[in-house]
Design a binder for this molecule. Structure first.
Ligand code: GDP
Ligand code: IMO
Ligand code: MG
Length: 432
């Protein structure tokens, strides 16, 4: 079936790192606009194209295609040093006309005190630390919600910026000294550095909300690039082991200032197993023998793109997926990393947790959840060079069909390697 729709959201269905970047890159070939709505440089999206590897943190992954326009929405938080380094990196890699990147003035800015407080508070929490990326994302969103944050729009006006920054640093210094016994920061040097950043970013600042609205009205093809994953959502994730933004499809509209009816289709991206980086419950996590039989972290590319941490690995959790499909209203699934299971003798799927009718809302229940597994035979054959679904080994097809059956949504794409061409399409999007 070919779908001539004009807007698609690509959302992570687990705890992040599902392969959203690869899916966005694939769909960008036929899209005109690609937009990020939330999160910051805590995200890390990897793309392998034309023999090169690209890592994106805040810039939408679709920028590799020269015909696209890319947007960073008002719901994001921007660390200017990191964003400027990312833009510089793209130029160095020969990505043409990076002026195609438009940034909303409503986005909040991550300052050095946010990073510091993120790292110091994690240290203070000790054994109950969230395991954040340490990029200052949580403290920046905290200031936004407390109505004392500084937005890109504020930073562009030297006088307004000076007043706001001075007040913010005064307040943060009290926090740093009293709560963390940390020496105070000097607002003047932050002011100087960030004023330079503002000058560099100024040419990218644009009315993203209006631009996307007009593009949607013209029926142009828009892709929404989700960051993180459903179970890291600030409200419905495994709280407090979550990030600080709405990572669900609903967060796209809120973060871009776009009406929700402008999202026509939501693709939920999920690995055919589960990973998590950072702390918090993960009912199907592998340990001991089972983990040692799994491909190692570098072979499976399960080392975090942003922090270099090894990701925790678990069996596919269909109970979790049914829950995150509900939270996102996803219309189809993109299954990634099938090739990683190629050599396993047996593969398990979790179909539910003992004594749980619905996905548990509390940490305590999740920590003690007892997964109910069904065991599937492996296919013991490489899927990496398979080009069409029917050529997949029988057991791999049976495994995919079982996932589809348990999740009750169709699979639209299967990924069998990090590269663009290692993709099996079961459905076509954005095709005329
Ligand atoms: P994202 O945050 O959702 O964009 O995912 P990441 O890029 O952080 O992590 C996914 C990792 O798996 C990256 O290293 C990708 O290059 C890699 N990857 C994506 N799809 C596949 C696949 O089908 N097979 C293999 N082997 N690697 C993949
Ligand atoms: P992408 O977009 C995986 C996790 C962190 C930590 C928690 C809170 O690449 O899928 P934060 O720094 O956001 O306050 O950390 O969220 N986390 C991610 N895990 N992929 C991500 O993004 C993540 N972004 C944040 O590891 O557990
Ligand atoms: Mg990632």
């Amino acid at each position: 079936m070919s779908k001539n729709m004009s807007s698609i959201a690509v959302i992570g269905m687990q705890w992040g790192d599902e392969g959203k970047g690869k899916v966005i890159d694939l769909l960008s070939e036929n899209a005109q606009h690609i937009a990020r709505a939330q999160g910051g440089n805590n995200a890390g999206h990897t793309i392998v194209a034309e023999g090169k590897e690209f890592r994106f943190h805040l810039v939408p992954s679709g920028i590799l295609y020269p015909h696209t326009k890319c947007y960073i929405g008002g719901g994001t938080v921007i660390d200017p040093a990191s964003l400027l380094a990312e833009i510089e990196g793209l130029k160095k890699h020969g990505v043409p006309n990076v002026k195609r990147l438009y940034i909303s003035p409503y986005a909040h800015i991550v300052f050095p005190y946010h990073k510091l407080i993120d790292q110091l508070s994690e240290k203070q929490k000790g054994g109950s630390a969230v395991g954040t990326t340490g990029k200052g994302i949580g403290p920046c969103y905290t200031d936004k919600v407390s109505r004392c944050g500084i937005r890109l729009a504020d930073m562009l006006n030297p006088e307004i910026f000076r007043v706001k920054l001075q007040a913010a640093v005064l307040q943060k210094n009290r926090e740093l000294e009293k709560l963390y016994n940390h020496p105070p920061l000097e607002w003047e040097s932050i002011y100087k550095t960030y004023s330079d950043f503002a000058l560099e970013l100024a040419s990218h600042v644009a009315p993203v909300e209006e631009l996307l609205y007009q593009a949607a009205k013209r029926g142009e093809k828009i892709l929404f690039e989700g960051a993180q994953g459903a179970l890291l959502d600030i409200t419905f994730g495994t709280y407090p082991f979550v990030t600080s933004s709405c990572t669900l499809s609903g967060g796209i509209a809120a973060g871009l200032g776009l009406g929700p009816t402008k999202i026509e289709h939501t693709i939920g991206v999920t690995k055919v197993y589960t990973t998590r980086v950072g702390n918090g419950p993960m009912p199907t996590e592998l340990n001991g023998d089972e983990l040692s039989r799994f491909p190692d972290h570098s072979a499976s590319r399960e080392v975090g793109t942003t922090t270099g941490r090894k990701r925790r690995i678990g069996w596919f959790d269909a109970f979790l997926l049914r829950h995150t499909l509900c939270l996102n209203g996803a219309d189809s699934l993109a299954l990634t990393k099938l090739d990683i299971l190629d050599d396993l003798d047996e593969i398990k799927i979790c179909t539910g947790y003992k004594k749980c009718k619905t996905f548990p809302a509390t940490l305590e229940e999740l920590q003690h959840a007892q997964p109910i597994y069904e065991v599937h035979p492996g296919w013991k054959k490489s899927t990496r060079d398979v080009k069409i679904y029917d050529d997949l080994p029988h057991n791999a097809r049976a495994y995919i069909r079982r996932i589809e059956e348990l999740c009750e949504v169709p699979v639209s794409l299967i990924s069998v390697g990090p590269e663009r061409e290692k993709t099996l399409w079961l459905d076509r999007f954005f095709n005329e």
